[in-house]
Write a protein that binds this ligand. Structure first.
Ligand code: PLP
Length: 403
């Protein structure tokens, strides 16, 4: 059995979520149908909506179910832009932090190419944290032309928690709606939609022990959001498509469990992570920890390093063949590793960025996992260094690693 240190890419489904999923899978009924089976499916979906809302500090009517985090991010960026611009044509700037996930960055760039938007990439510091002074200056100068601001709750590569409360306060003064991608934050740090003051927030099922292909956009009551998917008018017309009853049920159970368990799992994983960081530094003294050094400023289950002189992908394959699964945290394109846009935005050089490796823990992680990593890492680093930065991995990669 491999040691799995890639929970930020996806984490095993929780047993209670599997039960909810399989129970609902064998029942027939479209939640939009009016007969008994349809009404029973509708009850399952609405109960899931209530549980999701309760776990995340939202109202049930604020939960828009989607087919995952990527769709929710697309709906937020495109839906907020179109709605805000329809109210005020001068508002065409999309403000995003430079370290957003591609599920936010790419729709924003698409809107610039196809829908008359202008992108403002907000800089981060060397820890990967949004520079609030830069946001303040941007809003001061161009607040009247901003359509939306999107800043993630926590970064998926280096684990940096973002100064959301400050960002929301600033944006509010300028009438700019704020979206946060909280895909990596839920179950790791407290996430309360109402208390956050956010207008919209993204959650994904498979990062918290639920199924893949389900997620939600929490959209504040009264928020104007132009639909991206048109059809049967489900989800109050914001997101058409037959509701996925089994996924909704399992997603809700997973979020509820992950949020309820957080007060015990987060400190346990943070302690394990701290040991992982200390041990990696002991066996590879020149490994550079990326993201905030203060453990309270990063996700409890995230450790991210760059290994000088190594190609991250080579290290990944060497560790994989030694039975340890982890991630470089960034995408491959056509099998060629790309330096991470997050590390580059943090000021790392291209060569440094290419030596990145991310270890992320989750509910199944144990001390033995860390022991195994520490056992096999030095030899893998030595071999990767011998191959050097030109020693590209040979294994064919998919066009975009799961993150
Ligand atoms: C921060 C962040 N946002 C969005 C996504 C995409 O979510 P999903 O896989 O549910 O589409 C991911 C997953 O990789 C992520 O880490």
């Amino acid at each position: 059995m491999s040691v799995y240190l890639d929970h930020a890419a996806t984490t095993p489904m929780l047993p209670e979520a599997v039960s909810a999923f399989t129970e609902a899978l064998v029942r027939t009924g479209n939640p939009s149908s009016l007969h008994s089976s349809g009404r029973a499916a509708r009850r399952t979906v609405e109960e899931a909506r209530e549980r999701l809302a309760a776990a995340l500090g939202a109202r049930p009517s604020e939960v828009v179910l989607t087919a995952g985090g990527t769709e929710a991010d697309n709906l937020a960026v495109k839906g907020l832009f179109w709605a805000r611009r329809a109210q005020d044509p001068a508002r065409r700037r999309i403000l995003v932090s430079a370290v957003e996930h591609h599920a936010v960055l790419d729709p924003a760039f698409w809107m610039a190419e196809h829908a008359g938007a202008e992108i403002v990439l907000l800089p981060v510091d060397s820890d990967g944290v949004l520079r609030i002074d830069a946001l303040a200056a941007e809003l001061e100068a161009h607040g009247d032309s901003a359509a939306l601001l999107s800043v993630m709750w926590a970064n998926n590569e280096v684990g940096a928690l973002q100064p959301l409360a400050d960002a929301v306060a600033l944006a509010r003064r300028h009438g700019v709606p704020v979206h946060a991608d909280a895909v990596q934050a839920v179950g790791q740090v407290p996430v309360d939609f109402a208390a956050s003051g956010l207008d919209a927030l993204t959650v994904s099922g498979h990062k918290v022990g639920g199924p893949m292909g389900v997620g939600a956009l929490l959209a504040r009551r009264g928020l104007d959001l132009t639909p991206v998917l048109h059809g049967g008018g489900q989800e109050r017309g914001v997101r058409s498509g037959t509701l996925d009853t089994p996924s909704a049920a399992a997603f809700a159970v997973a979020v509820e469990s992950a949020v309820a368990a957080r007060p015990t799992t987060a400190p346990r994983l943070a302690a394990l992570r701290d040991r992982l960081v200390a041990e990696v530094r002991r066996v590879v003294p020149d490994a550079v920890l990326r993201g905030p050094a203060d453990p309270s400023l990063r996700l409890p289950a995230n450790a991210h390093f760059t290994f000088p002189g190594c190609e991250g992908d080579s290290l990944l394959y060497l560790l994989d063949s030694a039975g340890v699964e982890c991630s470089t945290g960034s995408a491959c394109q056509a099998g060629v590793p790309q330096p991470s846009h997050v590390l580059l935005a943090m000021g790392a050089g291209e060569d440094e960025a290419r030596g990145a490796l991310r270890f992320t823990l989750g509910h199944t992680s144990t001390e033995a996992d860390v022991d195994r990593l520490v056992e096999v890492l030095p030899a893998a680093v030595e071999r990767a260094r011998a191959a050097g930065l030109s020693g590209r991995p040979r294994a064919a990669s998919a066009a975009g690693e799961g993150r």
